[in-house]
Design a protein around this ligand. Sequence first.
Ligand SMILES: Cc1cc2nc3c(=O)[nH]c(=O)nc-3n(C[C@H](O)[C@H](O)[C@H](O)COP(=O)(O)OP(=O)(O)OC[C@H]3O[C@@H](n4cnc5c(N)ncnc54)[C@H](O)[C@@H]3O)c2cc1C
Length: 450
Amino acid sequence: MELVTPADAGITFDVAEDGASYLENARKKAEAGRRLSGLPTLADDSGLEVPLLDGRPGVESAYFAGADHKGDGPALVAALLKALGSAATSSPPAFFKSAAVLALPDGRIFTGEGVLAGTIAAAPRGTHGFGFDPIFLRQDPVEVLRASFQYLSRRRGLQRFVTRQRLTASLAYRFVAGDHLDDAVRVVTDINRRGWSASLDHLGENVAEEKAARAATEDYLAAFERIATERLNANVSVKLTQLGLDISPDLCRELLSRILERAHQLDNFVRIDMEGSAYTQRTLDLVLALHERYPNCGVVLQSYLYRTVDDIARANAASVGVRLVKGAYKEPADVAFAKKAEVDAKFETEMQQLLLHGVYPAIATHDERLIEATRQFAREREIPTDRFEFQMLYGIRRDLQDRLLREGYRVRIYVPYGTEWYPYLMRRLAERPANLLFIVRSLIRERRAA
Ligand SMILES: Cc1cc2nc3c(=O)[nH]c(=O)nc-3n(C[C@H](O)[C@H](O)[C@H](O)COP(=O)(O)OP(=O)(O)OC[C@H]3O[C@@H](n4cnc5c(N)ncnc54)[C@H](O)[C@@H]3O)c2cc1C
């Protein structure tokens, strides 16, 4: 078999690459070549997709610098760096996608597609590149996916688009109890029946209007009523930006106080979730201030932050209960460790700090090594199993949740519910991009079986 270019075969053609996908463009080119040459024709199309630019340049990559500069490498690179602006220096994730089509003279068509994950370099590198090559650096796909999901969790503009997709919706319900309080009550009833306790999270964060913050407060008050009437073994977890922290600290304090007051009357407990590092100080200050009046509240601290050792000391001194987590937000290097080994090592020492000096700490992780380290430390120091609890997220590592319970440990399951699941889902995907693959595969299997 000999491979020839269109020029070798004596044909010239210029196909309009106006298809909606790489595959469509590649097919148009392959079919045009076959028609003109009568030979089996292989054609491709490719493009670069940058999540930070909502997927652009995408299928129009060749035209990104304008029709006059179609395929002009240096012009394309300059246009992309300009579109990214200052974000170009933060190694934004990108995906190089390509499709190839083989069109045979008998009319048969064969197709293939591929994706390379990478990041965008702040300046061109190398000398033999084509198109965007000089600024596309291939990277570990898992790291790129992680960075992409962390980025998506902050892009509320994409929320409506993503939540309308059936695939992402079915993905969400692996981690979320359902849209309504009734769904959460059903899930918690089952969780309690199996022996675990629960913490209800009515999904929502970064609300921009007072009305939404007040509505979220009413939702939490309703949740406490249901917990009481259905005699559920459950407390609630609340995010301060859901109670208007971005709008006004006074509003947030007022709404949180209402929730704490009702929880106090019903002898229940409120855990204040921890959000991005911009909120850490304000969250901790508010919890410490309100804890004096409402001892039925506790806070979450994240071991990836450098400051957490000191925050734990502060919480312990004030007898404020802490849930220790690794941390789920994208944080800059000047406030947080990025490497898993460093975060894990810090989690371990902070777990010990809490078990020794904290008030009923919650060790919230699915990391088997850290769970074993906790068990071992508690055994060595003769800390009884009713002096702390493990916590895990709904839908993650049920096997581990089961095992700990059977071994006599207290386990609480964090149960999110509501329609505002977009940022929550993106954070779960960022923690483990393989979730996406796993769930896509199982959906395909389910569809085949149906
Ligand atoms: C009860 C609870 C409450 C939390 N509250 C907060 C909070 O208020 N603020 C905050 O920043 N973070 C919070 N988190 C999230 C936390 O910070 C981590 O991002 C999350 O728990 C993943 O870290 P890990 O400790 O499980 O360890 P990892 O090292 O990330 O994971 C260890 C193992 O757990 C399993 N696993 C972990 N995550 C997933 C996943 N998404 N899907 C499937 N498997 C997974 C995998 O088997 C993985 O190998 C909370 C976590 C829990 C369990």
